[in-house]
Structure formats: C-alpha cells, structure tokens
Write a protein of this length. Structure first.
Lengths: 370, 431, 546
C-alpha cells in the first residue's frame, strides 16, 4: 500500500495520468461540442453534466481517502464541507442574478418572501467572484481548523470521532434548513442563470465547468500524491497504524492530523463549488448524514490508501446509482446496500485491491508455469 | 505501478463506452411519457401513489386504443427525494428517453430544481400538488391548488359563523417555503379582515419534528379568551404527533378547530384518526364526494390496485393530488389528440382551455392564460374511518391567482401566456 | 354567537329549577314543545337544528340529555319521516328519541343530521346547562368546567342562583371563578375588586390575559377615572398568578423533559449495550426500532381481525413478540455479517449502514412506502389535568413506566444472570474473559440480540407517540448516538443520565430558542462536552476514548 519512492509518480504512472487527463479534459469536450448530435461518438449534453458531477464526487472521495485511507480518521461529516463550498458558490451565483429573479429585486427571492428588507451582513461581498472563491476555501477550511483543533486536542478517536462528525453535519443541516438562517432554508439556493457572465444554459459553459472539474481533479490527485509521498505522508501513515507510538517517538500528531483534516475539508469545499453550477441547486440535504456516509463508501469501494481507488469507487458507485434508479426504480436501494455490505465484507481493499489480487495470482501462475 | 497504466486507461475507455452505449434507444412505435416521483426517501410516502395513479391513467388510455394510434410507454424513474437527482433525471428523461411530457414532482424544491431543465430543453411538466403560487412557467401546467384555491377560502370558512367564528389564529407550519409563503399571504388576508397581529401566532417546526408538547401547550394558552382556530401547514410525518398531542391534552375540535392543508386521505391512512375527528382539511377533492364520476373513478382505481397487487390492497385511497394527476394525464392526452402531435409547442396551445368532468363532479377547466386549473374548494371534517365529511364547498370552480394580490410585490404581476402579455410574471405586457 | 348567549341565558331558568324531570312532564303544552324540539334534532337543515337546540335549552328539560348526548356521539339519526332515532352504542338496535319505542325500520336507511363544529359547540353548551341541575355532583362539575370556558354576561344571574344552591366545593369554586370573570367588566367597583381578588386567589393563570387587560386599561385611562385601588389589586393579582405560572411551567417542562428523555433512553439503550461490548456502532439500530414498531402493527391487525373484542390488548401481546423478532434479526445479522468484521469498527459502521438500507427497502416493499396506522389503546389515550395548565398525557406516562420496567429488567439481566456476567466480563476485558473460558463469540451474538431486542421494545413504545413508517429509525439514530456518546459506555447509569439529560436540556431550551435552535444547541453542547470528557459521563475504559 505505501509507495516506496519519494518521487511524485513513476514514468509509467505519469503516462497513465497524462492519457486519462487528456481524455477527460480534451477529448470528451471535443466529442460533445464538435461532433453533431447524430454521430455515434457524440457525447450527449446530459452526459457532460453527469460526468462533471462524478468528477466532483471523485474529488471528495480523494479528500476522504486522504484522511481515512492514509491517516485513519473516518469522517462521516464531509458532506458539510462539500456543502459549505457549494453554498459559497451558490451565494455568488445568487448575487449574480440580482434583479433577474422572480421578484425582480436586488435581494434573492427567498429573502423577498421572508419579508427581509436588506441583505444580511454575511451576504455582503459575494457579488465579487474572487471573494466568493476565497470563501469557498476559507469557510470549510476555518471551520475544519477549529473543529479539528478541539477534537484532536482531546484525542477523540475512532468511532467516537465519526459520531461527532455526524452530529456536526446533522446540526449544520438543521441550521441551514431554518429559513431564518438566511441561506434559503429548505429550498436552498437555486434559479442560477449565469456565472462570470456566461449563461449556464449554454453548452460552452457546461463544457467549461466540466473541464474545470477535470482539471481540479487532476490537480487534487497530484496534490494528494505529493502529500502522501512526502515525509509528511509517512507520518500520517504511521499515525494511522500506531498513533501512540508516533507520540512516543516525539511527533505531535495534532499538527499532522489538523493539517490533513483541513486540507481535505478545503478540497471538499472546492469540489462543492464546482458541483453547484453543474447541478443548478444547493440545498441543506447535501449535509444529510446519509450523504456523508455514502462518500466514505466511495473511498472504500475503490480502495482506501490508494489514490486511484477512490476515484474509481466514486465513478462506480454513482454510475451504478444512475443506472439502477432508472432500470430498477423499486430495487436500487438493495443494490446500494449490497454494495456497502459486500465491499466491507469481501473487498476490504476495494476494487484496486481486487485488481492487485488478481494480477498477483496471474503473476504467480505464470511463474509456476515457467 | 506498471500495471496501473493500461488498467486505468482501459477502465476509463470501457466506462465511457458503456455510458454512451447506454444511451442508445431502440426506436419503437410508442409515445414515451416520463414519471418523475420519489419512490424512496422521505417523499416516497406521498409520491408513490401519484406514480401508481399516473400509471393507471396511462393504462386506461392504452386500453381504449392508445394515443394517435400508438401505445403510451411510461418511463418511471426514482429521484429518491434527492433534489439534484430530480434535475438529473429530468434531463435524462428529456434528452435520453425523449419523453413527450413528464408528470412529476411534489415538493417545491424538486419543482424549482427541475424548472431550469424544462425551460432550457422546452419540455412539458404537469405538476399535481397544491403549492404556494408565486410561479408561472411556460413549461409547466399546474394541476394543484394555488393559495387562493385552498388556504384563503378555508380561513374564510373558519371566520364564518358556520365554521366557528374564529377571532384568533395560530399559523403553524413546517419550516419551508410553502408554509412560509402561505402564511405570509394569510397574514395579509387576515389584516385585510381586521384581525390584529396580537391575535395571530406564527410558529414553525423543522421537518420530522415529533415533540409538540410545548407548542400544543402554548396554543392552549393562546386560545383563552377568544375563539381560536389553528391553520396547519405541517408537513406529512409531523402531523401524527401533533394531532395525538392535541387530543391527549384535551383540545377538542369544537373548541379549537384545526384546518390542515397537507392532510388528506393518504396521510390519514397511517394515523389513529380518533384524535382528529372533527378537525378540518381543505382541498379541491375528497374521496367521499358523492358524484357518479367519483364512484367510477374510485372503482377504476380499486380495480387497478387489485390487478397489480399494490401493497395496501383494499385500504388504498384516492386523494386530491391523485385526482390532479389523473386530470393532468387526461388533459394532456386530449390535447395531443386535438393537436394531432406530441410536439410540445402544439400540445401546450391545445392544453390551454381544456375542460374535463373531474371525479369531484365539477367541470374543471385549464385556464387559457395562466397554466393553472380552475378548481372548486371543498372543506371536509375528519371522520373516524379516515374519510372526510364535506361541510362546505364552493358552488363552482375558482380561477387560480398565480400571483397573490395579498403580497405587495406579487400584486403587480400578471401571469398570462397569451398575446399581448406572453409572460408568466410581468408587470407590463410584452407587446 | 348570539344563539350561544341565548342558550346560556337559559341558565337563569336552570338555576331556579333544581328538580328532575317528572315535575315538568305533567305540563302538556311543554311536553309537545319538547317532543317537537327533539324531533327537530333530526332535521336535515342546520338552522332548524340550531333552533331546536335553543328550544331545548329554554325548556331546560333534563330528559333532553339523552338525545343530546346521542347527537354528539353521532348516534342520533333521522328516519326521513321527521322522527329522531337513537341508535344504541353497539349499533344493533334503535329507539325513537321521543317515545322510546323500538325502531323497526332498516338501520341502513337512517341519515345523519348536519352536525359540524358549530353545532357541537351548541350541543355542549346545552348539555352543560342541563347538567348543572343534575343531582350528580360529577355531572355538575363537568358542566361547570364547560361554562368556565365561556363566561358570558347574560349567564350571570343564573350562575349566582346556581352558586347559592351549590353544595359541592369543587363546583362552587369553578362557578365562583366564572362569575369573577364576568364581574371583571362589571360597572360596580366593589364587584370588580372582589372579582380581581377572587381570580388572584384562584391561581388559575388562564385569567392572566384578562387581568393584564385591566392593568393596561388603568394605565391608559383618564386620570379622573383612574382608580388606584383597582390598579393595585390587579397588579398584585397579576404577580401572584405569574409566580404560579412560572412554577407550573417548570413542572410542565420537567414532565415533557422526562417523557422525551424516556423515549431517547429506550431508543439508545440497546445501542449502548452493543457498543459497550463490541465497540460496534450499529447504524441499523434505527431499523430495529422500526421493525419493532411494524411488529406492533402486524399484531394489532391480527387482533382486530381475529379478536376484535380484545383489540386494545395488542400492545401487551406485541411487546414480547417484538423483542423476540428483533432479537432474532439482530442475532442473524451478527452471525452473518458483523462477526466477520470483528476488530474493524469503522467497517462495521459502513456495513450496518448498508444493512439499514436493505431493511428499509424490504419493509417498504412489503408494507408500502406510506405510514401505517397504529391506534392508541383506550387505556393510553387522553390525559389528566394535574393543575390548570399542566396536562399529563397517559401515553407518555405509560412510556415512562414502560421504560422504568425495561431498564429494571435490563439491570436484572446484566447483574443477576450468568449471561449478564459474561457480557460484563467481555465488555471489561475481552481477552481475559476468553482466557477464562467464556465463548466470546457466543456472548457477542447474545449481546447483539439483546441490544436489538431492546430496540424492538423501543419501537413498540414509539408507535404510541409518533408515526410508523419505513423511515422511522432514521429520525432517532443521531439522537441515540448522542446519548451513547454523552453517557459513556459500559454502565447503564451512563445511558440513563445521558438520555434524561438530553431530554431535559432540550425541553428547557425549547421555550426560549424554539425547537430547531434548541436541537442544534443540544448537539453543539454534546460535541463541546465530549472535548472535555471524551469518554462520556460514566466511563468504564481509561482516559482516552479509543
């Protein structure tokens, strides 16, 4: 599981990475924009939006792998960071359409029907894109920093930690469901029309967002690889495997855990920010504990502790969900539940682990034959 | 590491290929129709029956020869009470399955999240649930009640002598847009009738809230001295603990009547109705309406339940959103026959002005201008057997006001898709 | 409204007539009127119905109580020929309301008169006014309570007369309060002062708004007419009532907190036991609650179809059955899935989440996605008023009692049986216990079964206070976790304190912060508390939470 080399990626891996990146970032958009709709190779519009979503989910899975696969902290509340980033982007998009909403008011629609006369203080500044992007990083980041500091300092571990992250996201969900909190309540933020001047309905914008997500995923992958291949990464793995020993060796796990926890929260936030313009709505139900648990499953299905695994896992599980909710609308929950159970029981190392197992067996057989 | 190169590339290639292949559809001689209702998650309780009713209506049309010589093929998807999934499924239905129309949605969030998709792709959605108004989209036909077809007549009834002559009102709802907007409209309406703010108590509880002890106690206190009525926009699940608490704390319907807008036959099925007897609900249809059309409708439904062995069997009921779904499907089918095509623009023109003798016994008309139905208002009292005893109804259907005249910003707007306005929310005609 | 006043005005007559019916029956023209009025109750026109009620109030004939009661019960119907027919409680026989003769026609042909809430108000008023003349003090008490809710000026004379002749203390005090309420608006100053004092002494805080109005009026009124005595008396009465009100509210919040805490305790107890022993957080725990609730539903349906006379007894029958079923399901899950994940608590968490999805969908497919109806048995419906403003509902009292019983049983099991000894041993030191010859895997299975069984019992209790649907468990899972985390594991006391604590905090916060914020604050408090004391209130294992 641990990477021996301290180089970022082996040449072979770089090639693979390059191919994947090119396909995702360049080939797919071309297939969508350049080819006519009737061509067999044309990638339909809804597919672009779907794949963009999956790319964002893959980023989240990577973030979870960082703290769970490599540091041994299972968070069941990462949906909250994802949603916080999403809300920051959503607030920017709402300010973008000031005056174009249903009530033609400078205030977002939901504030009009709540009879609010002016923008609350925490909404100011979101009309600037750079500010919103700053908040995408700061909001989940600062919250994670504070929460993580207090949690890790009191050395809460394992299942207890997972439970309080669940409580954290549940409380946040309840808070955002309140209309009086000022984030659109149950309806959330919706009715987006354009981003940075580009209309969200045009294919170009959609493809642009998709490409941005793909680039972000590539960047996240490289960043995570950099972190985990460095000396810091080795301390993390050590914390995962034997935290007390790490402490006795003179390292302060608090700083390392806090760093990786905050980093993963920020990555989730960025994923959320890219997700929201592609689905057109951000809503407190993104913070539902169930969503966060599913995110952990993506990492588990793909293979924890490898960085490729969670990406595969996110695509596999969400792709299966998309297919099953259409093909078997009454039974798809069985499939999802079965995936959860089967993965934890039979595939503790996920799909990647399974792949390795099969290839090892093949190698062994070849050796025997020769 | 050497293995991962071909593996990843292979994997991605296969994935892409599968996903795009999944898009191929065998061309058949059917008309596809999308059904977008949650079959799992929190909304499944309400929406599953709507899916069943839509399927029944489609089966009825198919059995009598189909539409334009072809059979209707329903495409059922499960958006799982997940709002982004609603938008994704809607897009899939319109672009991949190429459905001619979609019947779906329940919550305002789900409708708002699919709206941009329908407007972008010029699809058609029939939305069958009572809602808060303040909307009128070119691509949606609203077969459920707007506030002036449900909330306001109910309050008028409560204020009348027949309804108990209430002078004090408790506006109790779940914290989301429908109760908030409805209560805003009702507050303005009550002011216009001379009810002061200190005689209005407005409270909200979160979804799934189940502990109403404090709130019921407060209602009891609020009601001393003046006749009080409660207007409940509590959603689904929370109704049970609320009514149970009311009954247990000794509040009788004749002292403090509660009129609910989200409690129908379907919700009563899962409740011990004893504590609710005498309390009221306001809808445009009740299963207990004594008309030949309703009897036929209920018979058809029960035969369908039996034939398809739906869970619940003989205990399955019909309710207002189900009637609205049925009306929607039938009106759409008539429009298609009239227009001779399923083309959305043509059908849209044909739907406006359609009329139908609904199970409620009234002649329901789709307004020619604002995409809403003219519906009657019926007020019923809950009976112990889960049905409603009708105590009041309007003599004829009422035209919907998509924009409430009681909200100052909305009062200026008009919803009129005919020339010269041609818009759903303008203050001036476009032409 | 006017009609109601007229009816209550009839009290004046009632106050004079304290004798039962026979004296009146001899009077022929009145008997005719009486017969006509009772027959009028079966009218299909609501106005005629109300007019008949008014007549009956005026006549003050105590015989009217029977047909009026039947009308309120929906048992008085019309035969279409102008006769009022009273159907017996079991629906088998029917008699004519006036003559008392048996009705021989078909029961199905009878129609209901147009009774609605307005009519029912009038019916209650008439019944109470008649009951005030009854020789039975309980009936007079009930009548007085009804009248106390609707004090009208025109009833004053009647009330005074009734008061003068009243012998029962409770009825007396109620009548006095009603009179006092009316007198608050009296032009006579002495009467007003007396009324204010009476209300202040009554301790009935329902009158606070009325008193406050008096104080307000005094402040705003003309200096010439301002009366220091009245203002002072009113202010004193208001403060005494307010003090009492605070006390009542504190008691009310205590009861509500205890009942919420008992529900939480029932939901979390099984989880605490499983987690304490195996370190497994069972995300499917909520579904055990749900299964228990559905077992209660199935038993209820069985009883209603096979033993309709004992329908209410489904609840005691459901309790052991729910325990057995959920324990079996739990043990099955443990044997097939959870056992293989021993030592990997985080994976178990995820696997059990998958199990919960499967269980929810299964129940949805069998019973439908809609909620199902579980009726409150008669012995758990309603409540009793301890003091004015504090009603203790029977279903919640029942749950508190049930929880005490379950906790006692659990304590007995854990501390007085061999199985309990094994469970405690394995919880405290697994390897040592194994070395001593205890089959830890068997103990695991039994513990999981026990934990799930208790959750099943919790589910049965939950049917009495909330909905029963496939997603029942989802709403209790986060709260159960909070209780377990807060209370610590390994000791029953921890879970009890955790649950009750959370229940009380929640309920005491609610009047100030509202339901949502209250819940959020509680969650935040728990998270903060855990920082200070990670192992919970009562902890068995070490200093750090492992």
């Amino acid at each position: 599981m641990a990477q021996n080399s301290t180089t970022l990626l082996t040449p072979a891996a770089w090639t693979a990475f390059g191919i994947a990146a090119t396909v995702l970032v360049l080939v797919v958009p071309v297939l969508n924009l350049a080819l006519p709709a009737t061509s067999a190779l044309h990638v339909p519009d809804y597919m672009i939006a779907l794949m963009g979503k999956f790319l964002c989910y893959a980023m989240v899975a990577l973030a979870i792998d960082l703290i769970w696969g490599f540091t041994g902290i299972l968070s069941l509340g990462h949906g909250m960071f994802f949603a916080l980033g999403g809300y920051a982007m959503g607030m920017y998009l709402m300010r973008e359409i000031a005056g174009e909403g249903v009530y033609r008011s400078q205030l977002p629609d939901f504030m009009v029907f709540l009879d609010w006369k002016e923008l609350p203080w925490y909404w100011h500044g979101f009309e600037h894109f750079w500010f919103a992007m700053l908040m995408v990083i700061l909001a989940p980041g600062v919250f994670a920093l504070v929460f993580g500091f207090f949690a890790f300092r009191s050395r809460i571990k394992g299942v207890y930690f997972s439970i309080i992250t669940q409580a954290m996201t549940y409380a946040a969900m309840l808070l955002f469901f309140r209309n009086n909190t000022g984030f659109g309540g149950n309806n959330g933020l919706t009715d987006f029309k354009h981003i940075l001047g580009f209309s969200l309905l045009e294919s170009r914008t959609k493809v642009g967002l998709y490409a941005a997500s793909a680039l972000a995923l590539a960047g996240t992958f490289l960043l995570c690889r950099f972190v985990t291949a460095s000396k810091l990464g080795r301390v993390l793995t050590a914390i995962r495997d034997a935290e007390s020993r790490v402490m006795f060796s003179g390292y302060d796990p608090l700083r390392y855990k806090l760093f990786v926890w905050t980093l993963s929260a920020v990555l989730c936030g960025i994923a959320g920010a890219l997700y929201v313009p592609q689905v057109g709505i951000i809503n407190p139900s993104e913070m539902h504990p169930g969503n966060s648990i599913e995110m952990a499953i993506w990492a588990a299905v793909g293979g924890r502790g490898t960085l490729v695994g969670p990406i595969i896992g996110a695509w596999l599980v969400n792709g299966a969900k998309s297919v099953f909710t259409v093909a078997f609308p009454d039974l798809w929950l069985y499939f999802l539940g079965a995936i959860f159970i089967a993965t934890t029981l039979f595939l503790p190392d996920g799909v990647v682990g399974l792949g390795r197992l099969l290839s090892c067996r093949k190698k062994g057989r070849n050796r025997d034959r020769s | 590491m050497k293995k991962t190169l071909p593996r990843i590339a292979r994997f991605l290639a296969i994935l892409l290929a599968t996903l795009s292949l999944a898009g191929t559809v065998l061309a058949e001689d059917t008309i596809k129709v999308g059904i977008l209702h949650s079959l799992s998650g929190t909304m499944a309780i309400s929406e599953t029956s709507l899916k069943d009713m839509a399927l029944m209506a489609i089966e009825e049309i198919n059995d009598s020869g189909g539409l334009l010589g072809k059979k209707i093929e329903p495409v059922v998807v499960d958006p799982a009470s997940n709002w982004p999934l609603f938008a994704e499924k809607a897009r899939e239905l319109l672009t991949k399955e190429k459905v001619a129309v979609v019947f779906g949605c329940w919550t305002s969030v789900s409708r708002k999240s699919v709206l941009p998709v329908f407007e972008e792709l010029n699809g058609l959605l029939f939305y069958p649930v009572q809602y808060e108004g303040e909307e009128c989209s070119y691509n949606v036909f609203y077969t459920g009640a707007a506030p002036n077809q449900q909330a306001i007549p109910a309050v008028e009834y409560l204020m009348s002598a027949d309804g108990g002559g209430a002078k004090r009102f408790v506006l109790l709802g779940t914290d989301y847009v429908y109760p908030r907007t409805t209560n805003k409209i009702l507050r303005a309406f009550l002011h216009s009738k001379g009810v002061a703010d200190e005689d209005i108590m407005e409270t909200y509880t979160p979804f799934g809230h189940s502990d109403y002890q404090t709130i019921v106690s407060d209602i009891k206190k609020f009601s001393t001295g003046k006749r009080t009525a409660v207007i409940s926009t509590i959603n689904g699940d929370s109704n049970v603990p609320f009514y149970k608490e009311l009954a247990n704390q000794g509040i009788k319907a004749q002292d403090i009547p509660v009129v609910a807008f989200s409690v129908g036959e379907e919700e009563l099925r899962g409740i011990d109705t004893k504590p609710l007897v005498g309390h009221l609900a306001a809808w445009n249809y009740f299963m207990s309406m004594n008309t030949p059309e309703n009897k036929a409708f209920i018979a058809k439904w029960q035969a369908y339940v039996k034939k398809h062995n739906l869970p619940g069997g003989a205990a399955r009921v019909t309710n207002d959103p189900m009637e609205a779904t049925y009306i929607g499907v039938m009106m759409w089918a008539h429009a298609v026959r009239q227009a001779g095509t399923t083309n959305v623009d043509a059908v849209r023109q044909a739907v406006a002005g359609q009329s139908l003798k609904a199970p409620s016994g009234y002649d329901i008309v789709m307004d020619t201008k604002n995409h809403h139905l003219h519906k009657p208002v019926v007020i019923g009292e809950v009976q112990a057997n889960g049905q409603f005893d009708i105590v009041w109804k309007t003599p004829g259907p009422i035209r919907a006001e998509a924009w409430s005249p009681y909200i100052p910003d909305s009062a200026k707007k008009t919803a009129d898709w005919t020339y010269p306005w041609v818009c759903g929310n303008c203050e001036k005609a476009k032409y | 409204m006017i009609r109601l006043t007229r009816i209550l005005f009839a009290l004046a007559l009632v106050g004079l007539l304290r004798l039962p019916a026979p004296a009146l029956a001899a009077d022929a023209p009145e008997a005719d009127d009486y017969a006509k009025a009772v027959a009028g109750l079966a009218s299909d026109n609501r106005q005629d119905l109300l007019a008949s009620l008014e007549t009956l109030a005026r006549l003050a004939d105590p015989r009217a109580q029977a047909p009026l009661g039947a009308l309120a019960d929906r048992r008085l119907k019309s035969d279409g020929a102008g006769h009022a027919i009273i159907v017996s409680k079991d629906g088998a026989t029917a008699v004519d309301a006036v003559t008392g003769e048996n009705y021989t026609g078909p029961l199905g042909a009878l129609s209901d008169p147009p009774v609605n809430n307005l009519v029912r108000q009038h019916i209650s008023a008439v019944i109470s006014s008649l009951a005030l003349a009854s020789p039975d003090p309980e009936q007079r008490l009930a009548a007085a309570r009804e009248l106390a809710d609707r004090p009208v000026e025109s009833a004053r004379a009647g009330l005074k007369k009734a008061l003068a002749a009243e012998t029962d203390d409770r009825v007396k005090s109620l009548l006095e309060q009603t009179l006092a309420q009316i007198d608050l608006k009296s032009p006579d100053k002495a009467a007003r002062l007396a009324a204010i004092k009476a209300i202040g002494d009554s301790g009935n805080s329902d009158f606070l708004p009325a008193l406050r109005q008096v104080v307000d009026r005094q402040d705003k009124s003309d200096l010439l007419n301002a009366d220091g005595d009245i203002a002072e008396a009113a202010a004193r009465a208001v403060s005494s009532l307010e003090r009492r009100d605070l006390a009542v509210r504190a008691a009310r919040d205590f009861f509500f907190g205890a009942s919420l805490g008992s529900v939480l305790l029932l939901a979390a107890l099984g989880l605490a036991i499983t987690f304490g022993l195996m370190g497994v957080i069972n995300m499917a725990h909520g579904e055990m609650l749900m299964i228990g609730a559905y077992v209660a539903y199935v038993v209820q349906e069985f009883f209603s179809s096979h033993f309709p006379n004992f329908a209410d007894w489904y609840l005691p029958a459901a309790i052991p059955l729910a325990f057995a079923v959920t324990a079996a399901v739990g043990m099955l899950l443990e044997r097939t899935i959870i056992r293989h994940l021993y030592g990997r608590p985080l994976e178990t968490l995820l696997a059990t989440w998958g199990i919960s999805l499967v269980l929810i969908q299964t129940v949805r497919l069998i019973f439908g996605a809609q909620n199902v109806e579980v009726r409150n048995p008669a012995f758990l419906s309603g409540g009793f008023e301890l003091v004015r403003g504090l009603t203790l509902t029977y279903n919640r009292i029942g749950i508190i009692v049930f929880v005490i019983f379950v906790v006692a049983l659990t304590w007995l099991l854990l501390n007085r049986t061999p199985l309990g000894l094994s469970i405690r041993a394995v919880t405290q030191a697994r390897s040592t216990a194994a070395a001593m010859g205890i089959f830890t895997s068997k103990v695991d299975m039994w513990t999981f079964g026990l934990g799930s069984g208790i959750a099943g019992l919790g589910g049965v209790a939950l049917t009495q206070v909330g909905n029963v649907g496939p997603e029942l468990g989802q709403s209790y899972i986060v709260d159960s976790f909070m209780v377990v985390v807060l209370g610590g594991v390994g000791k029953l006391a921890g879970t009890i304190f955790g649950a009750l604590g959370l229940g009380f905090i929640n309920k005491y916060l609610e009047p100030f912060s509202g339901a949502v914020l209250g819940k959020i604050i509680v969650l935040v408090l728990v998270v903060v508390f855990i920082q200070k004391r990670p192992q919970g209130i009562f902890a068995l294992k070490g200093r750090t939470a492992e």
